[in-house]
Write a protein that binds this ligand. Sequence first.
Ligand code: HPA
Length: 271
Amino acid sequence: MSLNSRIAQARAVIQPRLETPPQVALICGSGLGGLAEHIDAPVTINYEEIPHFKTVGAPGHKGRLVFGTFAGQQVVAMQGRLHGYEGNTAEEVVFPLRVMHALGARTLIVTNAAGGINTDFEVGDVMLIIDHINFTGMNPLTIGAEQELYRFPDMSHAYTSELRHKALAAAETCGMALRQGVYIGVRGPSFETPAEIRAFRVWGADAVGMSTVFEAITAASLGMEVLGLSLITNMAAGIFDAPLAGGEVLEVSEAISQKLECFMAKLFADL
Ligand code: HPA
């Protein structure tokens, strides 16, 4: 079945349950699913109910779409995203984004948990993604030639500068320091070696994580405006002499959740 037919089937199940189409899609990263709890008059649809949606396995990811209003915007939040490291292809990872776009979303706010590579960063910092390096070896636009889709998006302005300015203003209003930097996406799921992190630093990367680049590439190909945010949940391998475990993610997001909620509310109100 063609990609467009699969998107149409998924949309056909969702659309009758919505009164108003979403304008903004929010992809909640690890530990950041709580943002979706602030959506008013929510309509929740589990991934299992939607044709062609795969289920999620990452810790702290629920696996549902939440539709409703947030700070005056019609939003759809993905509470639980898919990852390449769960055995999903890049195309499968972005299928929900394609469906959210088909439902009406033209702006994407994508969040993630990441390791800090830039040694000026601290655990608990939030980084505005200004650009990315896709080091996964995969690309969501690698699909059979018979499928109709736009394959060659310009990535020079994938993370829209207008949205970045709005994010900086929202952060200032909420007293939240916002770092800016380059995100490098890796496939995982093992953490990086210290040698890899040193190499990534030389390449100009400030934070590393196992998501986001596929969604940003797809959004660019669909002409969507994109804002990317990384929550620095740990410093990357080799910076401190302590093993990386991944368990910190939920604690770190809990610690900054109030400022993040203020920031998100201001940001959405200004979209
Ligand atoms: N590396 C890769 N992905 C991550 C990390 C990390 O250090 N922290 C959170 N996600």
